[in-house]
Design a protein around this ligand. Structure first.
Ligand code: ZN
Ligand code: ZN
Length: 350
């Protein structure tokens, strides 16, 4: 069968792979649509911290069941969303219902070969029914669930004022689910094109990034002394919010955005980056700030996203800005990696 493999940084190619066979507890899924996300571009560009090459890409997957055991609850032809998080079910996090941060979590398409191919074998427990929704939309459930999870963890209340820093796909997903929770949402980014996309989805959106206090403080501490500023230039944006979400993957933004939280507020870090966070304790203390990590999503978040899509609350058509076929991925991935400002979500039809 055909598969899209990142053989080494800078080289994505179509390869032939053996068709997977049924294994106990697994379901064979004919892959129908695959979302491409920031992680895939990082894998391609060699900037992902823990990838072993070669790797078949693809973790945002929808498909139809090809073959399943009788006790799996699935039958051939069933439309499904794939939850790509392969959790151990035995560690402390898994036992506490937090399989999203399993101690030995493996994610399809990141730690193990993914689903950018024609067929994949997936544990039955990692499949969710996609009946009643387009399979095209079903391929967007995973990344939307990351935003939904961050919002749920933060406990956003109706009428809350929320700031999402970073208007990429995960930032937009977070903003959409904060809005669904009843919040008023502002997005912040340094790229005008992303702000326009956010505004088109009904959000207020502001350029840049401020908190001059945080900026000078970081420099004082030597953390960024010898580096160019990130481009998140101070713009005078100094509003404060009940909850602030970081979805930038930019260490300076991550360090500074806490200054936009109100007293008693919450700061949730959705992105991840290799680097040290630096928060002045006095600022954390005086706010009694709640700082949270948010990683991946749980089955409950997948269900919430599916219900929201079915209810028409997610602008899936506006999010899916680019499409291509499996054959076109090697060429398109390279193009899109250089055009991240205009590509919100690219979706591969298998
Ligand atoms: Zn992704
Ligand atoms: Zn576990």
């Amino acid at each position: 069968m055909k598969a899209i493999r990142c053989t080494r940084p800078g080289l994505v190619e179509m390869v032939e792979r053996p068709v997977p066979e049924m294994a106990p507890g697994h379901v064979l899924v004919d892959v129908r649509f695959v979302g491409i996300c920031g992680t895939d571009y990082h894998i391609y560009q060699g900037t992902h911290p823990f990838i072993s090459y070669p790797l078949v890409l693809g973790h945002e997957l929808s498909g139809t069941v090809n073959a399943a055991d009788r006790d799996s609850g699935f039958e051939p032809g069933d439309p499904v969303v794939v939850n790509p998080y392969l959790a151990c079910d035995t560690c402390q996090a898994c036992r506490a219902g937090k399989s999203n941060c399993c101690e030995t979590l493996e994610v399809l398409g990141i730690h193990t070969d993914g689903g950018m191919c024609t067929r994949i074998a997936v544990p039955a427990k990692n499949l969710i029914s996609a009946s009643g929704m387009e399979l095209f939309e079903a391929a967007m459930v995973e990344y939307l669930a990351i935003g939904a999870h961050a919002v749920r963890r933060t406990g956003i209340k109706p009428k809350a004022n929320v700031l999402v820093v970073g208007a990429g796909p995960i930032g937009l997903a977070t903003a959409i689910f904060a809005r669904i929770a009843g919040a008023t949402v502002t997005l912040l980014d340094r790229v005008g094109q992303k702000l326009e996309a956010a505004r088109a989805m009904g959000f207020s959106a502001s350029m840049g990034f401020s908190a001059s206090m945080g900026f000078s403080r970081t420099i004082e501490q030597g953390a960024t002394e010898n580096e160019e500023p990130s481009g998140f230039a101070p713009t005078g944006f100094d509003a404060v919010f009940d909850a602030v979400f970081d979805a930038t993957g930019n260490i300076e933004a991550m360090n500074q955005s806490m200054f936009h939280t109100c007293h008693g507020g919450a700061y949730t870090l959705v992105g991840v980056i290799a680097g040290d966070l630096v928060f002045p304790d006095a600022e954390v203390h005086k706010r009694e700030l709640t700082i949270r990590g948010s990683r991946n999503a749980t089955a409950a978040d997948f269900d919430h996203v599916i219900a929201a899509i079915k209810a028409g609350l997610v602008p899936t058509a506006a999010l899916a800005t680019h499409r291509c076929s499996l054959d076109e991925v090697p060429l398109r991935l390279d193009m899109w990696a250089g055009a991240r400002a205009e590509v919100i979500k690219a979706i591969v039809k298998v």
